[in-house]
Design a protein around this ligand. Structure first.
Ligand SMILES: Cc1cc2nc3c(=O)[nH]c(=O)nc-3n(C[C@H](O)[C@H](O)[C@H](O)COP(=O)(O)OP(=O)(O)OC[C@H]3O[C@@H](n4cnc5c(N)ncnc54)[C@H](O)[C@@H]3O)c2cc1C
Length: 461
């Protein structure tokens, strides 16, 4: 059995940099990957979707060019070429990561599926079917998550799509029906609407983006519906079936009323679940929570000393930058012998619809639930100079401020480049700036960020 100092299972955006850094620090390290280097972010998540969202935005801009005084006689979407372009970007990222790993001294890259056979021992089923037994003092699990498929009668009898398979579906859906009303559903929904598909979104909760404030969710819904997408909230799917060639029939109960819709394609975007099935965690005594996520403490250690889990597989906010930050916490604690925790770190995120929704900190609802006395700043994008100049006036900026200290508790920037503006607020929050300081700060004119002056000026005592 080959012995390493550390074994990292999974080459996601946490596993890849961690394995490299451990090896560079002199630890004999193995990185086990069953599929492709880069994990979800590069292969099925951020990179491919944002590449395709960019094409959808180009299609939208060209087909609406008259708004900018430009006449284009014809605009055709070639989905095959869009997918080819996406694949080129994905391959560039994947092979860049792969090369970086291959030339790292002290790092052994093992392509295969890892399963625990004991406390610190693993068996890896290699691509040729053979088994390799390995062991290490430290085992770091970064196996990510997969699309969760709900138990809906008939679903197993129809060719449904997931966020992974839709990325390579080269036939433009004539009518894409999407189950789910969160970030993945909305990004794909708007993208395919802009490619020319009819799109229907079905969400069980009473609002899209159920974690967000009602006003933010309502504005997103308004924007999505204005683009011609049908949205059903409070809707439960009762049954799905094939109703002829390329026709999927969906029976649902929406707001107490039963009806059926038909579509050409069905995307299941109802969340993700941890990828732990193959790992045989029980052989090492590693515990999971009720949803199947690996249980860790705030230093990312499981109940078994020396075995850690990070990224999506440990639950909590499922974002690339969180998996990446997890690896920094682990490296600092294991190699630099610091005591760093994942507690109280900021959780920024961005939904890449057009306009984007950039989010940081508490929502208004969360701030009130925590007992804060809040002041709310709100500025429609129709009052943002840059938005008017560029013709991107949908959405609004909203910030939640602690009335006692004037410190910013959170923000939702639903607008063009909303993610970038949110990041400026994130820095201000980390730096302890007050709303009044941002109201009076000098920003270059006419940036979107400059409108933070006007946003915070909407707060009156
Ligand atoms: C459609 C979509 C869009 C997204 N967009 C964004 C976005 O814009 N911004 C953002 O921050 N996040 C986004 N995410 C989420 C983001 O992709 C994930 O949070 C992130 O990739 C999780 O990284 P990870 O390191 O935890 O795991 P992953 O990247 O999932 O990596 C896990 C790796 O482990 C491997 N593996 C699993 N089991 C085994 C085993 N037993 N043996 C060996 N290898 C194994 C897998 O093959 C995989 O390569 C998106 C996700 C999706 C699905």
């Amino acid at each position: 059995m080959k012995k390493f100092d550390a074994i990292v299972i999974g080459s996601g955006q946490g596993g890849t940099p961690l394995a490299k850094k451990l090896a560079n620090a002199g630890w004999e390290t193995a990185l086990v990957e069953k599929r492709w280097i880069g994990g979800t972010c590069i292969n099925d998540g951020c990179t491919p979707t944002k590449s395709m969202v960019a094409c959808a935005k180009a299609a939208y801009t060209i087909s609406h060019s008259q708004e900018w005084g430009i006449t284009v006689s014809d605009c055709k979407v070639n989905l095959e070429k869009i997918i080819d372009r996406k694949n080129e970007v994905v391959l560039r990222f994947r092979s860049g990561s792969e090369k970086g790993l291959e030339k790292t001294e002290g790092l052994t890259l093992i392509y295969g599926e890892a399963a625990f056979t004991g406390n610190k021992t693993l068996s890896v089923q290699l691509k040729d079917g053979s088994l390799e037994e390995i062991t290490a003092d430290y085992i770091l699990i970064n196996t990510g998550a997969l699309p969760k498929i709900p138990a809906i009668p008939g679903l197993d009898t129809i060719p449904y799509l997931t966020s992974t398979t839709l990325l390579d579906n080269k036939t433009l859906p004539s009518h894409l029906v999407i189950l789910g009303g969160s970030y993945v559903a909305l990004e794909f929904g708007q993208m395919f609407r802009r490619f020319g598909s009819q799109v229907t979104i079905i969400e069980t909760a009473s609002q899209l983006l159920s974690r967000e404030d009602e006003d933010v969710s309502a504005e997103v819904k308004k924007i999505i519906e204005a683009s011609g997408i049908t949205v059903h909230t409070n809707a439960q799917v009762k049954k799905v079936e094939l109703a002829g060639n390329d026709v999927i029939r969906i029976e649902l109960n929406a707001n107490g009323q039963s009806h059926a819709i038909t579509g050409s394609h069905l995307l299941i975007a109802t969340g993700r679940e941890p990828q732990t099935k193959a790992l045989q965690l029980d052989k090492a005594g590693i515990l999971k929570d009720e949803k199947g996520y690996i249980t860790v403490n705030d230093k990312l250690e499981t109940g078994v000393p020396g075995i850690f889990a990070f990224g999506d597989v440990k639950g909590g906010p499922a974002f690339t930058h969180i998996a990446y930050n997890d690896h920094l916490v682990l490296f600092k604690n294991l190699v630099d012998k610091k005591v760093t925790s994942i507690k109280d770190r900021p959780i920024p995120y961005c939904m890449f619809t057009d306009p984007q929704l950039g989010r940081i900190g508490l929502t208004e609802k969360e701030a009130l639930e925590k007992g804060y006395h809040v002041k709310v700043a709100c500025l429609p994008m129709t009052r943002v100079a840059r938005a008017i100049e560029t013709g991107h006036t949908q959405g609004f900026m909203k910030a939640i401020v602690d009335a006692a200290t004037d410190k910013i508790l959170g923000a939702a920037i639903l607008g063009e480049e909303g993610g970038e503006v949110m990041s400026v607020i994130q820095m201000a929050m980390l730096g302890g700036f007050t709303a009044a300081q941002l109201r009076d700060m000098i920003f270059a004119h006419p940036l979107y960020t400059e409108s933070l002056n006007n946003l915070f000026a909407t707060i009156t005592d």
